[in-house]
Design a protein around this ligand. Structure first.
Ligand code: IVH
Length: 696
């Protein structure tokens, strides 16, 4: 790039970044993801590093945020609120550390790490221990006075504890919204949108993420609205102090602030080496999902706070701190079209076809839209620019449209009138707000059912997945689940895909037959679940199996009899009765039994095998149940309870005040989970842990 090109490109980037700064900081209505913003900022920084003469004082690299709106009183920040430089790799981090070490002239470098909370920066002023002012960062020099709103946030103390308090000081921190609170709030907005649509009113835009929701909540004109929002705060820095002395190191300052009653993050750690700090950074990469607030990286700070002023800043970034950013979990992209999937019960679910985008560590071109209702609630249209999210191991999803980028060409989605798989006219079920294909011989439904039947927790037939289901269906070998048990070496040999040279049966075919044979001994609950009856999940299947004890009894039970089973309600009972009354289903059941799939359930079943294979240790006290209850639940769900931490402990469940076990777990690299994750684990099983893999 020559100087001329650099000038043009940097002007373009500056103007774009200033535009997005205003949307993000002032209007709380960003049009691009943080990651796209960071990309532009990094490009501008690289150009300015090569051509320093192009740096202008108003470059976004030289200032923070954007000038505040006039709705609130503007207040000055006597000491500007800075931002943080970013690192995206170990190499970036080492470079930052080397530059720091050079300036520290051989002094010991002790680091402190903290989660980088994805909220909004706030400066609180306390006078004689009383909270007198709270302001947003604004452009770093001037912020908005939002004191009345901050007073409604429960964790922000109105008065401080202790006797030896400074006359006046300013403390900085991040206001955020909890993730659980955010989900609830967005769900409520979505529900209200359906009503608004019915009334012919325009839908209210959803918040893209907890950060935007927090920003919108703090900047409400009416504090009672803020009060109803699930906001919280952690403080992370002492801004300035008058009439008092602060401790010399950052970790002591934090301790001191905590002693006064200010909310200090318990996840703060001290590290003697960069290596150790890096260990914590990678650990956070795997743990972030367990927190009930969003973090977008880890902040490292020099613990020696006395050296901070001397070290100073480059532009708006202090030399004594940096942020190691996680790969982005949200990006914006175009929604090209919406297609429809047919599930095993015939329900049609829309999914998004996207312009491919790299997010959450993978290139995403398809994303779930959950269901028709969700599409309506979020007001997603074909052609929209949308926010796509991929967090942990979770399936990518379309979070919300960027309404401000619409040009009028976007189109609302209509469910097809006929099934995309079999062409039979679809049926709408107003009670469930679902559209489904009523054709029980619909190829898509059959293939999905074959897959479900052979899946985990069902008949668990190894080798029978999506591809095999397609092959069995296409070749005509399986058109219902009972056909699976009619497969023989001879019949498979008739299909080229199942043979090798010389017409012999392939290994794949042999394994399939062995898997099918093995599946005949699955317990009754698995069989009932495998049949794929609408509304019969594994738990319902377990209840049915205990009471009815065999398949013949299930087929004979009418809705009234089924409702006698504890835990089975009228809708489920009706669904099962309708299923068993169909002649084709009776034929399937009879053929399964004739093939040897005819288990008898004797006595109670362990509630489930949700936690099978896991050994958990519980420490500290939990809010939702006693430790004994927690341990009983683990056993009921098929898990083991350990008394001490060993290498084979799957996870340590840490309640309030857990002691030495925490340290032991950290030492042995055993994952620690909090109560919220534990409750998810009880509800969802191992998947709750996979969503947040441990890196240690
Ligand atoms: S320290 C000059 N610590 O990240 C250093 N910032 O991208 C001041 N943030 O403006 C920031 N968690 O709003 C610090 N533990 C933490 C943080 C944190 C979140 C925010 C803060 C800052 C932004 C920089």
């Amino acid at each position: 790039m020559n100087q001329h090109e650099a000038r043009l490109r940097s002007e373009e980037l500056r103007s774009k970044l200033n535009y997005h700064n205003r949307l993000y900081y002032v209007l709380d209505a960003p049009e691009i993801s943080d990651a796209d913003y960071d990309d532009m900022m990094n490009e501008l920084r690289a150009i300015e590093a090569e051509f320093p003469e192009l740096i202008t004082p108003d470059s976004p690299t030289q200032k923070t945020g954007a000038e505040p709106l006039s709705t609130f009183e503007v207040v000055d920040h006597p000491r500007p609120l800075l931002s943080l430089g970013n690192c995206f790799s170990r190499e970036d981090l080492e470079n930052w550390y080397r530059r720091l070490a050079d300036r520290m002239d051989g002094d010991t470098i002790r680091l402190v790490s903290e989660p980088k909370i994805d909220g909004l920066a706030m400066a609180l002023i306390y006078e004689q221990g009383r909270f007198v002012q709270g302001a947003t960062r604004g452009d770093g020099l001037h912020g908005e006075n939002v004191t009345a709103n901050l007073r409604t946030i429960p964790v922000i103390p109105k008065t401080l504890k202790g006797s030896d308090l400074p006359d006046r000081f300013e403390v900085r921190g991040e206001v955020y919204m909890t993730r659980s609170g955010f989900e609830q709030m967005n769900a409520a907005i979505g529900e209200a949108n359906i009503e608004r649509e019915k009334a012919g009113r325009k839908p209210v835009a959803l918040y893209a993420n907890p950060r935007n929701a927090a920003a919108g909540s703090v900047r409400q004109k009416d504090p009672s609205i803020t009060a109803a929002r699930p906001l919280a705060m952690y403080v992370y820095q002492l801004g300035w102090i008058e009439g008092g002395k602060r401790p010399g190191s950052h970790h002591e300052v934090m301790q001191w602030l905590g002693d006064m009653g200010l909310p200090v993050n318990p996840e703060i750690r001290i590290h003697e080496t960069l290596e150790e700090a890096y260990g914590r950074i990678t650990w956070w990469g795997g743990q972030r999902e367990r927190l009930d607030y969003d973090i977008d990286g880890t902040v490292l700070k020099l613990d020696d706070a006395d050296a901070w002023d001397r070290l100073g800043a480059v532009g708006r970034e202090p030399r004594w701190a940096t942020a190691y950013k996680f790969p982005p979990q949200q990006r914006t992209t175009k929604l090209r079209k919406i297609e429809v999937n047919v599930g095993r019960t015939g329900v049609l679910t829309p999914f998004a076809v996207l312009e491919p985008v790299f997010v959450g560590g993978a290139t995403v071109s398809l994303a779930t839209l959950h269901n028709e209702g969700d599409l309506k609630r979020k007001d997603i249209r074909i052609g929209d620019t949308v926010i796509v999210q991929r967090a942990g191991e979770v399936i990518p999803q379309v979070v919300a449209p960027v309404v401000s980028l619409r040009d009028g060409s976007e189109q609302e989605f209509e469910m097809p009138a006929v099934c995309p798989s079999c062409g039979v006219p679809v049926v709408r079920d107003p009670a469930e707000a679902a559209t489904y294909c009523p054709n029980t011989s619909c190829p898509a439904q059959i293939m999905r059912l074959l897959e479900h039947f052979a899946g985990r927790g069902s008949m668990d037939i190894e080798g029978l997945g999506e591809k095999m289901a397609l092959l069995l269906y296409r070749s005509g070998l399986a058109r219902n689940v009972a056909d699976i048990y009619d497969l023989t070496p001879e019949r498979l040999a008739g299909v080229p895909e199942f043979t090798v040279k010389g017409g012999r049966l392939s290994k794949v075919a042999e394994n399939l037959l062995a898997g099918i044979e093995k599946s005949k001994s699955r317990p009754l609950a698995n069989v009932l679940f495998a049949l794929g009856i609408r509304h019969v999940g594994f738990e319902t299947a377990r209840l049915l199996a205990e009471r009815l004890t065999n398949l013949t009894a299930l087929m004979a039970a009418d809705a009234a009899a089924l409702q006698q089973v504890a835990g089975i309600g009228p809708v489920v009972a009706q669904s099962i009765a309708t299923w068993s009354a169909r002649p084709e289903n009776q034929a399937v059941a009879a053929r399964l039994m004739a093939a040897g799939v005819n288990p008898v359930q004797v006595g109670r079943i362990a509630e489930s095998d949700l936690l099978a294979g896991l050994t958990l240790v519980v420490t500290g006290s939990l809010a939702a149940m006693s430790r004994n209850e927690a341990e009983d639940r683990i056993r009921e769900l098929g898990g083991k309870v350990g008394s001490g931490i060993t290498k084979s402990t799957s996870a340590l469940v840490a309640g309030e005040g857990g002691g030495t076990k925490l340290a032991k777990a950290e030492k042995l690299g055993v994952r620690t989970i909090d109560e919220a994750t534990f409750l998810r684990l009880l509800a969802e099983g191992k998947a709750a842990l996979q969503a947040a893999p441990a890196d240690v």
